[in-house]
Design a protein around this ligand. Structure first.
Ligand SMILES: NC(=O)c1ccc[n+]([C@@H]2O[C@H](COP(=O)([O-])OP(=O)(O)OC[C@H]3O[C@@H](n4cnc5c(N)ncnc54)[C@H](OP(=O)(O)O)[C@@H]3O)[C@@H](O)[C@H]2O)c1
Length: 264
């Protein structure tokens, strides 16, 4: 059970359904887009540590957990499209990435898949990838060939663009992939809900242009320490970003706090 702490205080509720009940796919008006981000973070603010064996930054198993993953899936369940990074696909090609969410894969999440169907959503969300390098292994794209993949890039490398387009990827090229560009592309493609699952650079890109609406943050009550670490933003911002708390749930079973914020 979860204990809701805000806005109502000390109300208990089941974990399952807590985020699925939010109807995030219906927040945007016609011709608009609702973008939401989600992270699990340690008490000392780390979303990832450098894993020397893997040679990559990764979410440490000491904070990753099934209860958070359930809510991660519920958020994915409400998305028309998932926003991610090229680095993620490079990790996926080497089997170093977390699952790319077949939403509702496995019995435990079958209810989410059924919910999507009932809501008239596609069986899986499409995928939008940000990349300057266009270094996106085609083998990794194979893993999401059941969905439309869109790549946003500042690269002018015609041969890389053609290689991607030949596999059915839609490539949108611009001088700089800004938050506003991401938002406009999503709107032009008539998406209404976009779930941002990338790391600090994509997050910063969206924040700089006030292009992200809400943040779902799981704080795991663990100190990870470390010196090669990744946080929620990790780059200079022109202005500090305030957030407004919308809801807060304590999960004593897994020693973590689920919070929902809007960016103000
Ligand atoms: N704890 C959590 O909840 C959580 C959530 C997400 C990620 N993470 C961790 O964070 C780490 C980093 O994730 P990530 O690689 O997805 O992070 P990221 O820092 O957001 O993305 C990095 C890559 O995205 C592309 N990119 C970012 N902003 C761009 C822009 N404005 N224009 C064009 N391309 C842009 C670039 O690709 P190119 O190099 O191709 O140009 C860049 O290398 C991972 O280890 C992951 O495990 C943790």
């Amino acid at each position: 059970m979860l204990k809701q702490l805000y806005p109502a205080c000390d109300v208990s509720r089941q974990l399952e359904g807590t985020y699925l009940a939010l109807n995030l796919h219906q927040q945007a008006k016609q011709g608009e887009i609702f973008i939401y981000a989600n992270y699990i973070v340690s008490l000392d603010g780390r979303i990832a540590l450098f894993d020397a064996a893997m040679g990559e930054y990764a979410v440490p198993p000491s904070i990753a957990n099934r209860r958070d993953w359930r809510l991660y899936q519920e958020l994915a369940g409400q998305a028309d499209v998932m926003l991610t990074s090229a680095r993620y696909f490079r990790q996926l090609a080497e089997d170093k990435a977390q699952d790319l969410l077949p939403v509702g894969g496995g019995d435990k999440y079958a209810d989410i898949k059924a919910w999507r169907k009932m809501q008239g959503l596609k069986s899986q969300p499409d995928v939008m990838v940000l990349s300057n390098s266009l270094d996106i292994p085609l083998a990794a794209l194979e893993k999401v060939k059941d969905r439309q993949v869109i790549v946003l890039t500042s690269s002018q490398d015609v041969s890389k663009i053609e290689n991607l387009e030949n596999t059915g990827v839609v490539v949108k090229q611009t001088d700089e992939v800004t938050g506003q560009f991401v938002r406009q592309c999503l709107i032009d493609l008539t998406y209404r809900s976009a779930y941002m699952i990338a790391g600090p650079q994509v997050h910063a890109t969206l924040i700089q242009d006030k292009a992200v609406n809400e943040l779902f943050l799981t704080t795991h009550f663990t100190l990870l320490g470390g010196t090669k670490v990744s946080g929620l933003v990790d780059v200079d911002l022109d202005n500090a970003q305030s957030l407004k708390l919308k809801a807060s749930y304590l999960d004593t079973q897994e020693n973590q706090l689920f919070q929902r914020f809007s960016y103000v």
